[in-house]
Design a protein around this ligand. Structure first.
Ligand SMILES: C[S@@+](CC[C@H](N)C(=O)[O-])C[C@H]1O[C@@H](n2cnc3c(N)ncnc32)[C@H](O)[C@@H]1O
Length: 291
């Protein structure tokens, strides 16, 4: 049963056998309403007709290219299970680096205000709020449909997050935060990857950002200083080729302690800086990549 499903997924999507087997197992677990681990000892069991029909439906959807997370309507992130729909980006393991960076640099004492811009499923804001229930976590999102999903995730996971519909900083006049984090759209609009794999099924408005993929990163870097406390941090996820550009933009806005963090694969994926001193005109040039 599993072998046949894995072969079909492998052939349709040109996946590696191991990955196709993993996908076949989670789809079969959903169809049979069992835990994936249960299938390890039952993968050759005869299926009842209703089970076979349910599995066939799920495998056919995957064969057609639909992402597993949208088929199952869930994805694990930072140890929590998030509901995902086609209205939100599927949370990526890479983004856990941003959450970890925020938790490492956030104040350890006293009231802390954190802001997640472009919250999508809510995975970053909710993970921060669950890890630090004492923080006052805000989350902004432009898409009303995504906000419905994010609010539902916060409710189901028991996280206290203040959600707000808006265009980046537009609705945040007078608000200042100790941490501003964002995984904004950062793919170049003409990038052919947008037409491949899971990306073709995800909201374009969550992915593409101008000719170089830098339009939203630039807007966030330009707008952040007005919404950071004195020692507040701005932390941005970006593509692995955008670290240099992000550090240039941060330095142009006089951010301090500018650096780029690498992900587990050693690729530069999160750039950050501390709020510029008031009135500071000189750009600090100390930039480095931490691995
Ligand atoms: C790359 S997705 C990240 C979603 C989620 N934070 C995550 O990491 O999985 C970017 C999100 O930013 C939202 N977005 C795009 N432009 C925006 C804007 N101008 N103001 C607020 N949110 C925006 C998109 O709708 C999308 O949900």
């Amino acid at each position: 049963m599993l072998e046949g499903a894995a072969r079909r997924i492998e052939a349709a999507l040109q996946l590696e056998r191991r990955e196709a087997r993993l996908e076949a197992r989670v789809l079969a677990a959903r169809a049979l309403e069992v835990a994936p681990a249960w299938l390890l000892g039952h993968d050759r069991d005869e299926l009842r007709p209703a089970q076979a029909a349910a599995l066939e439906t799920l495998v056919a959807r995957r064969e057609a290219g639909e992402p597993v997370a949208y088929i199952l309507e869930e994805r694990e992130f930072h140890g929590h299970l998030f509901r995902v729909t086609r209205d939100v980006l599927i949370p990526r393991p890479d983004t856990e680096r941003l959450v970890e960076a925020a938790l490492e640099r956030g104040p350890t004492q006293g009231p802390t205000r954190a802001l997640d811009l472009g919250t999508g499923s809510g995975c970053i804001a909710i993970s921060l709020a669950l890890a630090r229930p004492d923080w006052d976590v805000w989350a902004v999102e432009r898409s009303p449909a995504a906000l419905v999903v994010a609010r539902d995730n916060a409710r189901r996971l028991g996280a206290r997050v203040r959600f707000q519909e808006g265009d980046w900083f537009a609705g945040l006049e007078g608000q200042a935060f100790d941490l501003i984090v964002s995984n904004p759209p950062y793919v170049a609009a003409a990038d052919s990857h947008l037409l491949q794999g899971d990306l073709r099924h995800e909201p374009r408005s969550a992915l593409a950002s101008g000719p170089e993929g830098l339009d939203d990163l630039s807007r966030l870097i330009e707008g952040a200083a007005d919404h950071l406390t004195e020692e507040g941090w701005l932390m941005l996820e970006h593509g692995c080729h955008q670290g240099d550009a992000c550090r240039v933009l941060l330095n142009q806005q006089n951010f301090r302690k500018v650096s780029t963090l690498a992900d587990l694969a050693g690729l530069p994926r999160v750039s950050l800086g501390c709020r510029p001193f008031k009135g500071c005109r000189e750009s600090l040039q100390h930039t480095r990549i931490h691995t």
